[in-house]
Design a binder for this molecule. Structure first.
Ligand SMILES: [Zn+2]
Length: 390
């Protein structure tokens, strides 16, 4: 019997506003706290949790950047000659995404989304490694480097498997008592929220399913561990999208050429621009300043949220829409979706959650990167206590 199992479960998009009036976890993790998230999407929130550092430090921020020199996608350019009726279809994109991921040996999450093939050779993809593995950050170490360094045996989610398979794998690992640390990542709630929005009765129903799974994991742990230090948390929340904006149409109307005068990535809630002449900078900036649905993020503010990249690698201008506005079409999707995240970190629906069975959540744990400190501390404690166990 081992003494302690550190059990860290990340439920994607289980935001504070989604949980605050829900009894989630009252039997097994009644102590909860609202946490501020990180400016950006899961592509930056998850790496921030796993490394305990901010976007400017780990440089895992938005997925696509203008970087033609390093673009691995030149070989896909011929696809621009195929009719949009084919290349615009989600099923075609999904198939191609899988093919490209294998070809380019990308280890992290990868999706071609809705990037036009005409311009794909201008872009690089910034998550080539998996942040869920040692050495997986663009810069610096993560929790899995830490566990490896300290020779702590751990279980981590395999993102190529389904939530249910991962649940069964974690139950098996915990039952056998073979691990001294568990990081489990469930992504299903995020997908559901994007489809049905944060007010749907399907949301609390999904939370009940997760409660059931967690009870089962805890029951399995009873055989091999005296106590479980359980932490359940999210990377961000989810806002319903009630307003759409066609930002691309406004920029396309300018007497400028994409790829020659400027480059842009349209994320779901941000437009990120690079300029190749002053005229483009002037015209685009003036246009963005007249768009009431959003605003250009000032440098001081980007700095405050640790997302001001000195080399402007992720864009010279970051235009961010208000909570509830969705950029459609974007390079992330051709059609609207019900809900989105990646708004300002202080917009109401952006906040994340931390729930635990531990009596105290330290005061200094206020932002999602701080979860990493809890992971390190608990992992070391388990290593120390478990090593003397019989
Ligand atoms: Zn999402």
């Amino acid at each position: 019997m081992k003494k302690i199992l550190p059990l860290f479960i990340m439920i994607d998009a289980m935001g504070w506003e989604i949980l605050r009036n829900d009894p989630f976890g009252k039997n097994f993790a009644p102590n909860r706290k609202k946490l501020e998230s990180v400016f950006g999407y899961s592509s930056t929130c998850v790496p921030s949790i796993l490394s305990g550092r901010w976007p400017v430090e780990h440089r895992n921020w938005c997925y696509f950047v203008y970087d033609p020199k390093h673009s691995p996608f030149a070989s896909l350019r011929w696809l621009r000659w195929l009719p949009a009726a084919v290349t615009g279809r989600r099923i075609f994109r999904r198939w191609l995404t899988k093919f490209v991921k294998v070809q380019l040996k990308f280890r992290g999450y990868f999706d071609l989304y809705n990037i036009p093939f005409k311009y794909i050779h201008l872009f690089d993809f910034t998550e080539k490694k998996s942040p869920l593995q040692p050495g997986g950050m663009n810069r610096g170490p993560n929790i899995f480097d830490f566990l490896t360094e300290h020779k702590i045996p751990y279980f981590v989610t395999d993102t190529t498997k389904s939530e249910e398979q991962n649940r069964d794998d974690i139950i098996a690992a915990v039952k056998s008592g073979s691990v001294d640390f568990v990081f489990q990542y469930w992504a299903g709630l995020d997908g559901l929220l994007h489809m049905v929005g944060n007010k749907s009765p399907e949301v609390p129903a999904k939370l009940r399913v997760y409660e059931d799974w967690i009870e089962k994991v805890l029951a399995a742990a009873k055989d091999s561990y005296e106590e479980v230090h359980l932490y359940i948390f999210s990377d961000h929340g989810m806002a319903n999208c009630d307003e759409l904006i066609d930002l691309k149409a406004k920029i396309d109307a300018l007497p400028l050429k994409m790829g020659e005068d400027y480059a842009v990535v349209y994320d779901s809630t941000m437009g990120r621009f690079w300029y190749f002449n002053d005229n483009a900078r002037k015209l685009i900036t003036e246009t963005l300043q007249k768009v009431p649905e959003g605003r250009i993020m000032p440098d001081e503010e980007l700095q405050r949220y640790h997302a001001l990249f000195e080399d402007r690698y992720f864009g010279e201008t970051i235009f961010l829409v208000r909570e509830g506005v969705l950029i459609v079409p974007s390079h992330m999707g051709e059609r609207p979706i019900r809900a989105m995240h990646g708004y300002h970190p202080t917009d109401p629906q952006s906040y994340a959650t931390l729930c635990t069975n531990q009596p105290v959540i330290p005061d200094e744990v206020t932002h999602i990167p701080h979860i990493c400190r809890l992971m390190e501390k608990t992992a070391l404690l388990a290593k120390e206590k478990n090593s003397g166990a019989k």
